[in-house]
Design a binder for this molecule. Sequence first.
Ligand code: 5AD
Ligand code: SF4
Length: 481
Amino acid sequence: MSSATNADITTNGTEEKPGPTPILLTKKPPRDPTASATLASGEAGGEKGGEESGGPKKTACIRTFGCQMNVHDSDRMRRMVRDAGYAEVDRYEDADLVVLNTCYVRENAVDRVKGHLGELGRLKRQGRVKKVALTGCIGAADEAEELRRTYNIDLVLGTHNTYELATFVGLPGMEETHTPELPGTKGEHLSFVTIMTGCNYQCSYCVVPYVRGRMVSRPLTSVVSEVRRLVESGARYITLLGQTVDAWRESGVKFCDLLERVADEAPRVWFTTSHPSNMEDRTLRLIGEKETIVKKLHLPVQSGSDRMLKAMHRGYKSDRYRRKIEVFREVVTDGTLSTDIIVGHPGETEEDHEETLRLVEDCSFDSAYIFKFSPRSGTEAAELPGAVPEDVVQRRFLEVLRAVEGNAFDRNRRKIGSVEEIYIRHGRTGGGGGKKAVGETWGGHAVHVSTDAKAGRYVDARIEDAGPHVLYAGEPLSSPR
Ligand code: 5AD
Ligand code: SF4
């Protein structure tokens, strides 16, 4: 779990959002900008392992900070290091090469990475770690050069040139296409497919446009053929990724069309993150109608105040957002809705905050990722006057959190008694009736369920209890399928 402060706590019990640490989660979510998640190393060397003749194998540890885009980039880099003959290890001290794939969304993310760099410097001096690479959003930022000198980093790469890691680990160079191909990993039930990179918005507070660049949409045929390949090789749940996925387009073809094509290919599909200005009603209808699409929508609103939305350059007013949500609730009857909210953006008044609380009540979110504003150098908001005092930010933060949780709890309780088809996202750990498996309903609710079903399988079970973040199911009514 990330920092012990109350900063940036989400009310979501799932692990799907490129957002901060979910409160009440017992496991570290892989997409937490403030936490680090060590990527699975179970199959280390699985493809190439053993083929190497003689000598101990080289080892690498790839650690990911941040959003799902970063997790996805890490997958690509992991493939490179494996192809270069490295075995993946969990601990820094066991690694010849350590790759820190970093996030830059908020200030404490940088501090956290500095802590890791300090530790790695020590291990390097002891001769345990040989090379350190800093990649991702911090690698693309202005501070990167200073970090490289201070911590004696061997390789610094931004998000736009991660492919250079290939040369660094001794593979022939690869051309970056901006449309990364990631062939499916055999046996992985959950797969992520990047459909666009970058962002064409310029939200006042956000570094993404600076570090990820302008939006580039990946061609439809490339997306569809990758999805097909992944499904053929065992993927059962495809998540389409991008900073503003619903802005995806290709000469007249829009995101809704792409989503429909993908939903025809894959047995279970979701997408994140969307921007309210790009979200079409027909996409919302498609979510409701298409049986392979998980009925959950993550639609960041950021604020309920039109004044703040304008200052943030979000490009919509709160009523337009409300109307989208009305459509979603109407056409996706049993769906879940999550959002991102920033409290304490410069200039936020008590009235603005009240507007946000009103919007939270009106939209009755099932979960939300609530962020305290954090000034990011280079962004407009970092230079704006009207900083909100920390104690005020904290109070507003808790008020929004309580409001979201209250609604979410009420909505979750309504699910008690229903029988749900549950997709197992993580199998039970610690056998013998130990920890429960974590699943997801078609409506997108996170469910704890007592089953030995493996990840990627479905069980039917009745919802017996509910908390604000998660549902609790009874014994499954069916065998896993
Ligand atoms: N301060 C606080 N929250 C931020 N986010 C992005 N930049 C900042 C910032 N400077 C939040 C937004 C975005 C989410 C991924 O992170 O809510 O939707
Ligand atoms: Fe950042 Fe705004 Fe782009 Fe989202 S839409 S990535 S908040 S600039």
